[in-house]
Design a protein around this ligand. Structure first.
Ligand SMILES: [Zn+2]
Ligand SMILES: [Zn+2]
Length: 245
């Protein structure tokens, strides 16, 4: 399995890093995970064909994770016709929020042309889903309320990766990651240890030994983390990072 981290930044594009965007490939399948606002240029720069995805996964309904979807839909409308159905899976209201966003950005466009090739699927927390060769288990993270935010445990080509999505600390992350080959974990803060809806580096470092994972990479990096880079002892993601799992 190969993971390409196209966007390792937070919502503020700290340090010039783009907000969340990942591509996972294995056994001839391609997953788009997260669709930050820079989705389209990131995909094209990296040479990924926008119509090639078998599945799109969205962790939660914050703009730095799903605001790229209207541009993907626009791409499918005019530039890269979808030849097969694309399942876009994420928390409740993803479908409604995506189309509302699209209509606000591109009013009176021929949505039906693309809508019939898109299948929005609601992912509930604590459930395992089967998308053919791709298995996805979910966990609710303490990040948004009442909207649901999710972490993903994805198995493909005999390998397992866990993605924290955006999350505050919860002990549930430890068993959810157990045995994973790769854990891509958010690390938004360094000094702001009082905030409970994102993780901070001192806390992750303190908890690191509890995670039984092959490799851990920190992502969703905020300004404070970049300012303390020399003190960080866990691998940091960067835009364009490729990880063979
Ligand atoms: Zn968020
Ligand atoms: Zn975020």
């Amino acid at each position: 399995m190969k993971v390409t981290i196209l966007g390792a930044g937070d919502a503020f594009a700290s340090h010039g890093s783009c907000p969340a965007c990942y591509v996972i490939e294995g056994e001839g399948h391609t997953i788009l995970m997260e669709a930050g606002p820079a989705l389209l240029p990131l995909l094209k720069r990296a040479g990924f064909a926008p119509a090639s995805f078998d599945l799109a996964l969205i962790s939660h309904l914050h703009g730095d994770h799903f605001a790229g979807l209207p541009f993907l839909i626009l791409e499918y409308m005019w530039e890269s016709e979808l030849k097969k159905t694309l399942t876009i899976a994420g928390p409740r209201r993803l479908e409604q929020r995506t189309w509302t966003l699209f209509e606000n950005m591109f009013s009176h466009f021929p949505e039906e042309k693309v809508a019939r090739h898109l299948k929005f699927e609601v992912l509930e927390a604590g459930v395992s889903y089967d998308f053919g060769a791709i298995k996805v288990a979910t966990m609710r993270t303490p990040h948004t309320s009442p909207d649901v935010s999710l972490a993903f445990r994805i198995t493909l080509a005999g390998k397992t990766i866990v993605f924290s999505g955006d999350t505050g600390w919860t002990d549930e992350l430890v068993p959810f990651c157990d045995g994973a080959d790769l854990f891509i974990c958010e690390c938004t803060y360094f000094d702001s240890t009082h905030l409970d809806f994102h993780l901070n580096y001192p806390l992750i470092a303190q908890q690191r030994s509890r995670f039984n994972v092959g490799r851990m990479v920190l992502t969703h990096l905020g300004r404070e983390v970049y300012a303390h880079q020399s003190e960080v002892k866990i691998e940091l993601a960067f835009d364009g990072m490729q990880i063979e799992v």
